[in-house]
Design a binder for this molecule. Structure first.
Ligand code: APR
Length: 232
């Protein structure tokens, strides 16, 4: 019996206990800011300073946050599970990496990365980006946060889809199942016969598609599930 191939999708809920805000919970980021102002290419074109300030604030908060037990548990799974573990996150913080995870797929981009909207060059973002910052590759004043905004195409979708086609287990952690294509991953996993597990504080929009629902805080549910799986 070969060890199962596991695909994990995380959302803002896994970083909530590290003190980083989620988007759609009460008082969340989308209650404080209009998506169209801070998370679209049109918003950036209209008011780049507002957008740069928004991500500078989130980058500073993420730098001051610490990984929690859920991040560490996923790192333990990657280390100790004999089969493939593909970790996909919608989050733009680096708490998975600072919790010990490797090869994390940031499908919505990353706060610690900067992107040149002219030549597509990427480099490590300073803690505070500024409007009109020059690209170190093409020297144009076209630096932007390396975040996938609404209306843009998420990163590494080919790799994610290949992993889903081979999945024996698909786990969604701390995501409301509101945003596609991530919210559709569970359907792809079901299509290939994978066991599907949701770990969430509140049920996600697509909760009906999961075989196993583990309600509660990620810092409780994730370590418990990892210990259970590794003990098999
Ligand atoms: N433990 C587990 N789950 C939690 C916790 C916690 N401590 N706190 C909150 N949650 C759950 C909520 O119940 C909710 O289901 O995390 C989920 C957060 O949902 P959202 O705020 O919608 O975040 P997410 O699903 O990651 O959003 C997806 O939307 O705006 C875009 O690009 C943005 O990546 C983001 C995407």
């Amino acid at each position: 019996m070969t060890a199962p191939s596991i695909v994990i999708l995380t959302g803002a809920g896994i970083s909530a206990e590290s003190g980083l805000g989620t988007f759609r919970d009460e008082g969340g980021l989308w209650a404080q800011h209009r998506i169209e102002d801070v998370a679209t290419p049109e918003g950036f074109a209209r008011n780049p300073q507002l957008v740069v300030d928004f991500y500078n604030a989130r980058r500073t908060q993420a730098a001051e946050a610490r990984p929690n037990a859920a991040h560490h548990a996923l790192s333990r799974l990657q280390t100790e599970h004999a089969g493939p573990v593909t970790l996909v996150t919608q989050n733009v913080d680096d708490l998975h990496e600072r919790g010990g995870s490797v090869d994390v797929i940031h499908m919505h981009g990353a706060l610690n990365s900067a992107l040149c909207s002219d030549c597509d060059h990427r480099w490590s973002a300073p803690l505070e980006m500024s409007v009109g910052q020059s690209c170190p590759n093409c020297d144009q004043p076209t630096a932007r946060p390396d975040i996938v905004w609404f209306g843009e195409i998420p990163y590494q979708m080919d790799r994610i889809e290949r992993a889903l086609l081979d999945a024996d287990i698909f786990v969604a952690i701390g995501t409301s199942g509101n945003v596609y294509p991530a919210a559709g991953f569970v359907q792809m996993a079901r299509h290939v016969g994978a066991k599907t597990i949701e770990m969430n504080l509140d049920p996600g929009e697509n909760v009906g598609l999961f075989d196993d629902i583990r309600s509660g805080k990620a810092s409780d549910t994730v370590p418990a599930w990892v210990a259970e799986l590794l003990a098999r």
